[in-house]
Design a protein around this ligand. Structure first.
Ligand SMILES: [Zn+2]
Length: 69
């Protein structure tokens, strides 16, 4: 299980997505982030994020299985 966060800075990635990160990711920002919850995989974290944000993508570095764009 890992803690997942969503980055609310949508202008920091090329597709302006809300990027999902694990707690230990070096790309997780210090501010403007929202805690999603504790999940066993990134798919569950993405699912949760999609309830609040329309454009969601997994971080290429910490969530490669969920990185699409
Ligand atoms: Zn990340």
């Amino acid at each position: 299980m890992k803690n997942y966060w969503v980055n609310k800075h949508t202008d920091t990635n090329p597709h302006n997505d809300y990027e999902v990160h694990t707690e230990s990711c070096k790309y997780l920002p210090k501010s403007h982030k929202t805690f999603l919850g504790r999940f066993s995989n990134c798919q569950s974290a993405i699912e949760k994020a999609l309830k609040e944000y329309s454009k969601v993508d997994g971080c290429k570095t910490c969530c490669p299985d969920c990185h699409k764009y």
